[in-house]
Design a protein around this ligand. Structure first.
Ligand code: F3S
Length: 769
């Protein structure tokens, strides 16, 4: 047990309701009577109304589950639209404990203090909005500088056996504490915040058995880089990675969090581990002894590990004793090279043998263990008279880590050899790095998690390699990509040479964690303050109150419970991801302003009539010159004319990230129907939430029979409201008056039909108040 200088936390809202979860699991076992994996136990114990969902289902992997997560965490960029949507539901507070973390909007320029000050000024209105909404609804608000969402969640909220949603792709980091944490879009977070059951297709479960022991330079970062190399960036899609075996128990809780964090790089829904004594020590060291005791009790009842004989969809075995430090990249985390071969790889690819910057920390690798190991290397180098040969930037994951590093002289050890400590925020990891020193091709080495092109400094030619913080640090002293700190020496001016010993570190601070600046932290379980005015300036260009969408089935619709007659805006050709529907990049600053961001609607989608990008036609316009225009402009014309419209789309429409803007924007301009060859499931659900009807062609060839300017009327939707399995036909009328019917199918559940009828899921929730 480690003594803690942190006060014990009030654990009432952060201890999972184990008795209830165990009871739920008992219910589920009536339907699913076989040994369960840990991931199944966690998911199934959070199923909403198990009797209704599970009757008659012996195997529920692959089925859609209705789940009740216990908590939501949001970062400052994605929280904006999530909160705007939540506001429009009209509820007085969140249905589950929720937190907001100001981390993504802090730009790294020259060091923590000035960067923080500057970023607070340039994002003031966003922070003010987030803070006012947090106050009104009783959300915990973590100020700029308090730290990175995933590190804060691990230090404060994560608990074994819990189910959490977070509006960020590395939310699975919390799996390091033996729970399931899933990265989602804002609309999903709003489900949990409004108490609506959240839907997940029960993932397949890959068992990863760890045997042997890590030694010397190898760390859990090398484990996950190795796994990424094996599984590739798509290998975990629709799967949960569940680790088991003796090798799990030797790892620190924070080391496991690194593995869970980067499960996102192979596309995994989440990663999890059985409850270990190290998790217990971490809970105690972070002021949560009460959670540890409750977890001990739940563990003794068999909740926090897999049942004997549980079956995985696939098992991968990794012997940690054979694992080498690994370097991944450039440009993809699955191009993994063992350190001993990396020099050769550099030569074979003709890469310039030079590192231009070294970056450590981030949400992935800034634990006390990581930082003490890195400080050990810095001290070894310092005693040989060495300083780093590259810029060396360190991002602490939280104020608690930063303060503990400072108290234990870790910061001094790093600064002594030339490090710059950045603010406790995402900074260079998310491209918030105002890099001034380099243009053109160059190579950086980071201990971050993601290395897509341009990710860190916005420069397409920066080759970005991922490695453990210790490898990044040691290589910074050589400045060469081909340097292997395990075997190579660095020449000294004296003529001698210096070779590193394997780094040593401490899993947890012997003197406990230092709390840091308390003014950055929220009070625990804040009460909602309903009188708070939400801070949105009427002339703001970044934030806009979300007006509820009108129902299509209002009094002015002559067709009653059928959709009003719709105009087809365009037929989209081929791949159309959520990024095609709502582009990222410079548009990100408008995430909280639906009118402004809607100017990017479908601007990179291809119109099947003509093959052009961002061109659509307005057949009802009276002058030939203005018949064609950009897609957002045509959509705006339809909106101005009160002309509801439809889109015809190709296969797997809406694949990619769960960006709710891709459903909000067409709806904002008046889209009422999207007919596809097939939908990506998450986007299809997002469309339903915003009140757009998604229909599937029964015959995929009918796609080409409908084009821009055609009129579509639904036939049979009124019957679907009474009986959801009733069919829907589309009556298509061409410009020349010719008309024909097209059969379609739909996936609307009874609840989802209520959303459609009300105009959106949030309208429906509001109508029930
Ligand atoms: Fe932030 Fe990078 Fe993590 S952007 S949340 S530090 S992945």
């Amino acid at each position: 047990t480690h003594s803690s200088s942190l006060p014990q936390k009030d654990c009432t809202t952060i201890t999972p309701p184990y008795a209830q979860l165990l009871q739920n699991l008992k219910e589920v076992k009536k339907f699913v009577n076989r040994p369960l994996t840990l991931a199944e136990k966690i998911l199934y114990s959070h199923v909403h109304e198990p009797e209704r969902t599970l009757i008659g289902k012996g195997n529920i992997r692959g089925e859609y589950l209705q789940l009740r997560p216990e908590r939501v965490a949001m970062q400052d960029a994605s929280a904006q639209m999530a909160l705007l949507q939540f506001m429009s539901a009209g509820l007085p507070s969140c249905a589950v404990p929720t937190s907001i973390h100001c981390d993504h909007l802090i730009q790294a320029v020259d060091g923590a203090e000035s960067d923080l000050k500057r970023s607070i000024v340039s994002n003031q209105e966003v922070f003010d909005f987030l803070e006012s909404a947090a106050r009104k609804y009783g959300i915990e608000f973590w100020r700029p500088g308090s730290g990175i969402i995933h590190q804060i969640v691990l230090e404060n909220y994560a608990a074994p056996g819990m189910l959490m949603l977070g509006t960020d792709s590395h939310t699975p980091n919390a799996g390091g504490l033996g729970m399931i944490a899933i990265g989602v879009g804002g609309a999903d977070a709003v489900d949990a915040m409004t108490g609506t059951p959240w839907e997940l297709k029960a993932p397949h479960i890959v068992g990863i058995k760890l045997t042997g022991q890590l030694n010397g330079w190898s760390t859990t970062k090398d484990l996950i880089l190795h796994i990424a190399g094996k599984l590739t960036v798509r290998g975990g899609t629709g799967r949960i990675l569940e680790y088991f075996g003796p090798g799990v128990y030797d790892q620190s809780c924070t080391g496991l969090a690194t593995v869970a964090n980067m499960g996102a790089e192979v596309g995994a829904t989440a990663s999890t581990f059985p409850y270990t004594p190290n998790m217990r020590s971490y809970l105690e060291a972070t002021g949560r002894s009460q959670v540890a005791r409750a977890a001990d009790a739940a563990h003794s009842e068999g909740f926090l590990s897999a049942d004997e004989g549980a079956e995985y969809d696939e098992v991968i075995e990794i012997n940690l004793s054979e694992l080498e430090p690994t370097i991944s990249g450039p440009f993809t985390p699955d191009f993994a090279t063992p350190l001993s071969k990396f020099g050769e790889t550099v030569g074979n690819n003709g890469w310039k043998d030079e590192i231009s910057a070294s970056l450590i920390g981030s949400c992935t690798n800034s634990s006390y263990e990581d930082m003490t190991r890195v400080a050990d290397l810095a001290q070894q180098a310092k005693s040989a008279g060495l300083v780093v040969k590259t810029p060396f930037l360190c991002t602490p994951g939280s104020e608690q880590i930063r303060a503990t590093m400072e108290r234990d002289s870790i910061t001094k050890s790093l600064e002594d050899v030339g490090a710059t400590v950045l603010a406790n925020a995402c900074g260079p990891c998310i491209g918030q790095w105002k890099r001034k020193d380099i243009e053109g091709e160059n190579a950086i080495l980071t201990s971050f998690n993601r290395n897509f092109r341009s990710r860190n400094d916005g420069n397409k030619s920066t080759m970005n390699f991922l490695a453990s913080p210790t490898i990044v640090t040691a290589m910074a002293f050589s400045g060469k990509l081909s340097f292997n700190p395990m075997s190579d020496s660095i020449p000294l001016p004296s003529g001698d040479s210096f070779k590193f010993s394997a780094p040593q570190g401490d899993e947890l601070p012997v003197g406990g964690f230092a709390a840091g600046d308390p003014s950055l932290y929220p009070s625990s379980s804040p009460k909602p303050q309903p009188d708070t005015v939400i801070a949105i300036r009427p002339d703001s260009q970044r934030l806009e109150v979300l007006e509820p969408f009108d129902s299509q089935f209002n009094d002015s619709n002559p067709r009653g419970l059928e959709l009003p007659a719709l105009k087809v805006l365009m037929r989209v050709r081929g791949k159309c991801t959520t990024d095609h529907i709502s582009a990222a990049g410079p548009w990100l600053k408008y995430k909280g302003h639906l009118s402004n961001i809607s100017e990017n609607l479908l601007i990179t989608a291809v119109n099947d009539e003509g093959g052009d990008t961002n061109v659509a036609f307005d057949h009802d316009h009276d002058t030939q010159e203005t018949k064609s225009d950009t897609i957002p402009n045509i959509a705006k014309r339809f909106k101005a004319r009160n002309q509801p419209w439809a889109l015809i789309v190709d296969d797997n429409y809406g694949e990619g990230s769960a960006r709710e803007h891709a459903a909000l924007q067409p709806r904002f301009y008046g889209c009422a129907l999207i007919v596809s060859r097939s939908f990506a499931r998450i986007h299809e659900t997002n469309l339903k939430k915003q009140g757009i009807l998604p229909l599937w062609f029964v015959n995929k060839d009918d796609y080409s029979r409908v084009g821009s300017g055609d009129t579509i009327e639904t036939i049979g939707l009124g019957d679907v409201f009474k009986n959801s399995s009733s069919p829907i036909l589309l009556r298509v009328t061409k410009g020349n008056g010719e008309s024909f019917n097209i059969p379609t199918k739909h996936t609307m559940s009874e609840d989802q039909l209520k959303w459609l009828r009300a105009g959106s899921a949030l309208n429906y929730i509001r109508s029930q108040l």
